[in-house]
Design a protein around this ligand. Structure first.
Ligand code: NAP
Ligand code: ZN
Ligand code: ZN
Length: 352
């Protein structure tokens, strides 16, 4: 076992604090990765505060991991020491079910091993995430980071990037489509950049009037403040596709009315249960769908797409020691547009 410094939440009400975890020695198909950067996803906050239930403590969050291969098992064929690689939201899956065979490991029927707050495929060993200095992982669950994307700006692609790319692709967003992104946070700002790279006309729907200039700088064509009730009447029927990234409860019905005939709204944000009326769906033959991250193959496709189109996240790099403050700012929608932890800040920490 390899003693590894980390930051963990001891319970749903504890702040994150220094902690030590054991990483396994690399097996024949494993790689050991020195972590350079880890993005801070709102899912880290939901889980560290047990907002989804069933949380496993102590919890080391973090699933937007960029690092360098430090060691390879004897039969590793895809990676060599020194490669810059990424790890997203899961580290293993059953590899046998229909979802795994289709390259949609995140929907593994037997349950994927998520990067943290989860268990390895043995059903017992807890997984620990990227708020740590190194990680051991099977080589098949690692992706390549294209040259040209700075590593700290690549980290958020591993969750925020793939979570927005996958539904844009799957629901066929095409040049000229009028689409809306709801919520301009980590996911939302990637949705804007990727929607533009797909050639769509992109409108941001935000409850933060102060983000207008940023939205336009990020490439959005239009910006609508959702605090004003007229926003929903004036823009009724305007969009063919809406991607909803909002982390807090809000009225889905109001947003559905912004879709035209046969329009689709895809939920990726994960707030608590919210009432849904039949009327907005029925009266416009509209569709409401959901989407969760993406498989390994699609994540690599997204990274290559970002490399080819010059797409990367806008980040605020922080030392690990500022993580609790970063959580508070994220909760206030004050993130521009992804916090990314520089793991060099952990080097000064003793191993406890
Ligand atoms: P984030 O950076 O905090 O962004 C969320 C945005 O939602 C905020 O910036 C804000 O944008 C908007 N918002 C927040 N509170 C709101 C409120 N009360 N009313 C209306 N809008 C509000 O979070 P994130 O990391 O992008 O994650 C967003 C959600 O997606 C989280 O629930 C997360 O767990 C989930 N998620 C899902 C997947 C998946 O696979 N489906 C993957 C990753 C994350 P404005 O200021 O512009 O309104
Ligand atoms: Zn995430
Ligand atoms: Zn499976």
């Amino acid at each position: 076992m390899i003693k590894t410094p980390a930051y963990a939440a001891a319970s749903a009400t504890s702040p994150l604090a220094p902690f030590t975890i054991d990483r396994r020695d690399p097996g024949t198909h494993d790689v050991l990765i020195d972590i350079l950067y880890c993005g801070v996803c709102h899912s880290d906050i939901h889980q560290a505060r047990d907002e989804w239930g069933g949380a496993i403590f102590p919890m080391v969050p973090g699933h937007e991991i960029i690092g360098v291969v430090a060691q390879t098992g004897s039969e590793v064929s895809r990676w060599k020491v020194g490669d810059t690689v990424g790890i997203g939201c899961f580290v293993d899956s059953c590899r046998q079910c229909a979802a795994c065979e289709a390259g949609e490991e995140q929907y593994c029927r037997r349950g994927a091993s998520f990067t943290y707050n989860s268990r390895e495929q043995d059903g017992q060993t807890p997984t620990y995430g990227g708020y740590s200095t190194r990680i051991t992982i099977d080589e098949s669950y690692v992706v390549r980071i294209p040259e040209g994307i700075p590593p700290e700006r690549a980290a958020p692609l591993l969750c925020a990037g793939i979570t927005t790319y996958s539904p844009l692709r799957r629901f066929g967003v095409s040049p000229g489509d009028r689409i809306a992104i709801v919520g301009l946070g980590g996911l939302g700002h990637m949705g804007v950049k990727l929607g533009k790279a797909f050639g769509a006309h992109v409108t941001v729907l935000s409850h933060s009037p102060g983000k207008r200039d940023d939205a336009l700088k990020l490439g959005a064509d239009d910006f609508i403040v959702t605090r004003e009730a007229e926003a929903f009447t004036q823009n009724a029927g305007r969009f063919s596709f809406i991607l909803d990234t909002v982390s807090a409860m809000h009225d889905y019905n109001a947003y559905l009315n912004l879709l035209g005939l046969d329009g689709t709204m895809v939920l990726v944000g994960l707030p608590g249960p919210t009432p849904l009326a039949a009327w907005p769906l029925v009266t416009g033959r509209r569709r409401l769908a959901g989407s969760m991250i993406g498989g390994i193959r699609e994540t690599q496709e997204m990274l290559d797409f970002c490399g080819n189109h010059g797409v990367a996240a806008d980040v605020e790099v922080i030392p690990m020691q500022n993580i609790n403050e970063a959580y508070e700012r994220t909760l206030k929608s004050d993130v521009r547009y992804r916090f990314v932890i520089d793991m060099a800040s952990m080097k000064q920490l003793p191993v406890y």
